[in-house]
Design a protein around this ligand. Structure first.
Ligand SMILES: [Zn+2]
Length: 161
């Protein structure tokens, strides 16, 4: 089955408030069957929501003239990465692998080693400045699969303004 992503439209899920400049929003990932749903909430509604959240982060909507894209902070990426660790669904393992690569690019992780187990490969990543290590299954994706995965992850994580 194709694994999907769905997300809101730049409005608070609950009160429909717009994502105005400078406003703080909370973005939550909800683990629905075969799908992560991205739901955005304004800070008032965030306090009141009752849904079970897989992972979440806080965003400040950037000023309109700002050339900077709204970004998700490294802590939130790391939290999502760690939250995915026990998951065995291939789509989630793929996300974890890609997040591992992103965190390496951001120098949060350092590549340390490759471990092989039968026909499987795992990346051993060490958190910069610590002894914390993570073992990440390498799904050995083809180039086009990796591109598709990147698009999916960006859609899930970043705001369109
Ligand atoms: Zn709201």
């Amino acid at each position: 089955m194709e694994w999907k992503i769905s997300r809101g439209k730049g409005l608070c899920m609950h009160c429909q408030a717009d994502m105005e400049e400078g406003r703080i929003f909370f973005s939550a990932l909800i683990d629905a069957e075969f799908e992560f749903q991205r739901k955005d909430y304004c800070s008032d509604c965030w306090e009141k929501k009752e849904e079970a959240v897989f992972s979440y982060w806080k965003t400040r909507v950037p000023d309109k003239d700002s050339t900077k894209k709204p970004t998700i902070d490294n802590e939130a990426l790391l939290q999502f990465f760690q939250r995915l660790e026990p998951e065995i669904e291939p789509a989630k393992q793929n996300f974890r692998y890609l997040l591992g690569l992103m965190l390496m690019r951001k120098k949060i992780f350092k590549f340390e080693d490759i471990e092989r187990e039968e026909d499987k490969e795992f990346l051993i990543l060490r958190r910069t400045g610590s002894e914390e290590r993570h073992r990440v299954f390498d799904p050995r994706l083809q180039k086009d699969e990796l591109e598709k995965l990147k698009d999916d992850l960006y859609q899930l994580l970043y705001l369109e303004v």
